[in-house]
Design a protein around this ligand. Structure first.
Ligand code: GAR
Length: 216
């Protein structure tokens, strides 16, 4: 089995990145994490990746005139490393159509809500304000509109009576760390295809990936 050469894009803490690196330690895992790129040189995730023995590159987006100039620099590194799949993991930059189309159906993102609900920033704050009872997280293919694209995997997370933004985001993060490695494995194994902007599953995932409720 040839493992898919995968890069992770981060901007900060990198806990999802860590979950992907951890999963890919297993030689049977179908993706290999070969590069971590951060648009912020001070991102704590860079050190975490380095300690795990993964090559890292910081490309400071503030040093580029345009969004596309920054992406061209990133693309050059992705090509140099012969990257086949890209995982955005807390990568807080909007992307141009050029970059998104270059990685069409090869770039994944994780978002802390049950998309298409609660796109954008501070989803947990808005979830709590609206009084909804269930939220969760979503792994999806990246499209040019923020937090949109064919959904690969979701986990539902209940909202508890005394939840705050902190307790809820911590519980959703636990679920993120479960579904992101699962979703990447499905994609890397070639079990997902996109038809009519919907993700379709083959192999053992005919009915779609499982719904998970992590520990409460
Ligand atoms: C995660 O909760 C991820 O879902 C979210 O940022 C956090 C990054 O944490 N991403 C988005 O909101 C994307 N729209 P991490 O750096 O510890 O993985």
């Amino acid at each position: 089995m040839s493992r898919k050469r995968t890069a992770i894009l981060i901007s900060g803490r990198g806990s999802n990145m860590e979950a992907l690196i951890e999963a890919a330690r297993d030689p049977q895992y179908p993706a290999e994490i070969v590069l971590v790129v951060s648009n912020r040189p001070e991102a704590p995730g860079l050190e975490t990746a380095q300690k795990a023995g993964i090559p890292v590159i910081a490309i400071d987006h503030t040093e580029f005139e345009t969004r596309e100039d920054f992406e061209k620099a990133m693309q050059a590194e992705l090509e140099k490393a012969k990257i086949e799949l890209v995982c955005c993991a807390g990568f807080m930059r909007l992307m141009t159509e050029w970059f998104v189309e270059t990685w069409r159906n090869k770039m994944l993102n994780i978002h802390p809500s049950l998309l298409p609900a609660y796109k954008g920033f501070e989803s947990h704050t808005r979830v709590l304000r609206d009084g909804v009872r269930i939220t969760g997280c979503t792994v999806h293919y990246v499209r040019v509109a923020m937090d949109s694209g064919p959904i690969i995997s979701q986990a539902a997370v209940p909202i508890l009576t005394n939840d705050t933004t902190e307790t809820l985001s911590a519980r959703v993060l636990e679920a993120e760390h479960i579904i992101y490695p699962q979703a990447l494995a499905l994609v890397a194994k070639g079990l997902v295809r996109v038809a009519g902007e919907e993700a379709k599953f083959s192999g053992t995932f005919k009915a779609g990936p499982p719904l998970i409720s992590p520990s409460m």
